[in-house]
Ligand binder design. Structure first.
Ligand code: EVA
Length: 578
């Protein structure tokens, strides 16, 4: 009633800027010779030439849009993300600058837009990687001057405007943000809230149940809503309330904001993770935002199919490896009762060969900012049960520096989250005895490739190595889960004797290792690597991308998907290994 959002998705204008002359030549006013480009989508896979598909450097987007005469007092452009960095110009005026490709960019354009007229947005974007960016990487320059990006990570460096764009119109005095946290008391629950507004006024808050019936209300910017006989948000059995926040001035409403929330608690106790006081076993996947043609572009149809595939396997959880995903995914998880481990794009921190990344990579400040921004964006989603500070950094070569670096981020995440969820860091196959960071997290998350990258093909030796390691973790008295394990399988390759790259080997690999996990009481979850096959840079280790998916890139099940469907069908969400 008081605010409005208009979608600006669709065809935009686009131009590469290989000489980086766009800023000095004022492309901010209009692109000299643009082509069309769909938004949201990664630009890469539309192109038919290698240099275009793999383009690394500056590029621009442009769109003309109409702002209604009736626009509210405040006007914003909101991008779900722009990968990896951007400067946004509206009608030729710079309105936002942003570093990092996986969280929202909001530009206040109130002072530069013309209402009842056509306006123009032009965006300088850059997708290069270096050791001060997250994710980390570098590039080589060919003799032609063309740059080739070298990611320190195993997924294609898709970029562009990969998420939806909105023109947002707000009243002069508006609700900016809110936060909630929960305590359970027998059958009842208390929802503590805080509302943040721009401009003064009275605030009232209501909680409606799933039938839109009022169950609790309170007044003030801070307070508590008491819910009798609360319906809890449970894993795979979600119940959502609606919080309605109203801002009033002189007794009259001037803004209203509604959002679905779920009442649930998360806590670590001993070697268990408890949701609503019950121990949960996390079954699911490391995923990617990745699909044919769209690259990393958000698409509702692909999201729907992914959720149907996840539910079909009886999964209850995924990790947003290796960056925060589009917000739409979190809303779907809230609704489906699927749990998320939410990860920042801190991947590739480690250069090997005796170089201490904590002294040489200038990333700390940006890393801190991304953690704060991710928590600010996702804090109210019931589906998010844990924050991941990063994936597979170097934790063994410079253990003290690593501890100092990661532990300060661990503390930052705890301080930032109003409901103080568990915090983790996902560690790689390393010398786990030397690594003193991983064991200091709330949950130990390990990525292991016994039988694939090491002890390749030898599943007896793999199980032996895995058990040696599990004996070590057992002594740490922490909850432990595997956040990645897997074998590449090219769909359609079958063998009588399971050999690497066949579908049979992939099944055998999982069967053997799952049998080891099942014997361990402190083991709280298994995340297959990966949900689906995905694009990577080319290389001798990759056959048309990474083929560790349980599903193919077009989301057809491999044999291993059928195997997990059977297994997870028998592993309950709650109370397993009590
Ligand atoms: C792999 N292994 O090699 C995976 C990567 C992933 O795709 C890892 O965390 O350790 C990484 O990104 O298939």
């Amino acid at each position: 009633r008081y605010r409005m959002a208009l979608s600006l998705d669709g065809m935009w204008q686009f131009q590469f800027d290989p000489k980086s002359c766009g800023l000095s030549e004022n492309w901010k006013d209009g692109l000299p010779s643009p082509i069309s480009m769909p938004v949201p989508a990664s630009f890469s896979d539309f192109f038919t030439s290698g240099p275009d598909r793999d383009y690394c450097g500056d590029f621009w987007y442009q769109k003309d849009f109409f702002v209604p005469e009736t626009a509210q007092s405040k006007v914003q452009l909101r991008f779900g993300s722009i990968t990896h960095r951007a400067i946004v110009f509206c009608n030729g005026v710079e309105v936002a600058r942003h570093e990092g490709g996986f969280l929202p960019v909001v530009a206040d354009v109130t002072d530069v837009v013309r209402c009842g007229a056509v306006n123009r947005v032009c965006i300088w974007v850059n997708n290069d990687l270096n050791e001060s960016t997250l994710p980390c990487g570098t590039h080589n320059v060919l003799s032609s001057g063309r740059k080739i990006v070298k990611p320190y990570f195993d997924f294609f460096n898709y970029s562009g405007i990969q998420r939806s764009v909105y023109l947002v119109m707000l009243p002069a005095e508006s609700i900016q943000d809110y936060e909630v946290s929960y305590t359970l008391d027998g059958a009842d629950a208390q929802v503590d809230y805080k509302v943040f507004c721009e401009g003064a006024g009275e605030i009232s808050v209501q909680l409606l149940d799933a039938e839109n019936k009022l169950v609790a209300e309170a007044n003030g910017a801070e307070g508590a809503l008491c819910v009798q006989n609360a319906h809890l948000w449970q894993v795979r059995n979600a119940y959502l309330y609606t919080i309605v926040i109203v801002l009033k001035k002189d007794g009259l409403p001037v803004d209203e904001y509604r959002e679905r929330i779920g009442i649930r608690t998360v806590e670590i106790r001993g070697t268990k993770i408890l949701i609503n006081g019950k121990s949960v076993y996390l079954k699911g996947f490391g995923k990617h935002e990745d699909f044919d043609i769209l690259g990393r572009g958000f698409n509702w149809a692909v999201a729907k199919r992914d959720f149907e595939c996840m539910k079909w396997t009886d999964a209850n959880c995924f990790r947003t490896s290796h960056y925060p995903y589009a917000e739409e995914m979190y809303r779907l998880c809230d609704r489906e009762g699927i749990v998320i481990i939410d990860e920042v794009p801190a991947v590739g921190i480690g250069a090997g060969a005796g170089i201490n990344p904590y002294e040489t990579f200038p990333i700390r400040e940006h890393h801190e900012q991304v953690i704060k921004d991710m928590i600010a964006r996702d804090k109210n989603h019931p589906c998010v049960v844990m924050w991941s500070l990063g994936n597979e950094p170097d934790t063994e070569n410079f253990p003290e520096s690593a501890y100092e670096y990661w532990h300060s981020l661990y503390e930052l995440a705890h301080e930032t989250d109003p409901s103080d969820r568990p915090v983790t860091l996902v560690c790689c196959q390393n010398n786990y005895e030397k690594d003193i960071v991983t064991r200091s997290m709330d949950v130990v998350c390990i990525n292991r490739y016994y039988g694939w990258y090491n002890l390749s093909g030898d599943l007896d030796a793999a199980c032996y190595g895995l058990n040696l390691e599990l004996d070590f973790w057992e002594k740490q008295n922490k909850p432990v889960m595997i956040t990645e394990y897997g074998a590449d399988a090219v769909a359609g390759i079958h063998e009588c004797v399971p050999e690497m790259f066949s579908e049979e080997f992939q099944v055998e690999f999982y069967k053997r290792q799952n049998a080891q996990f099942d014997k361990r009481k402190f083991f709280i979850g298994e995340h297959v690597w990966n949900f689906a096959d995905f694009a990577t840079v080319q290389g001798c280790m990759r056959v048309d991308g990474n083929k560790k998916g349980l599903f193919t890139r077009e989301r057809r099940p491999k044999m291993a998907a059928h195997y997990f469907r059977e297994r997870w069908g028998e592993v309950p969400d709650f109370g397993y290994k009590r």
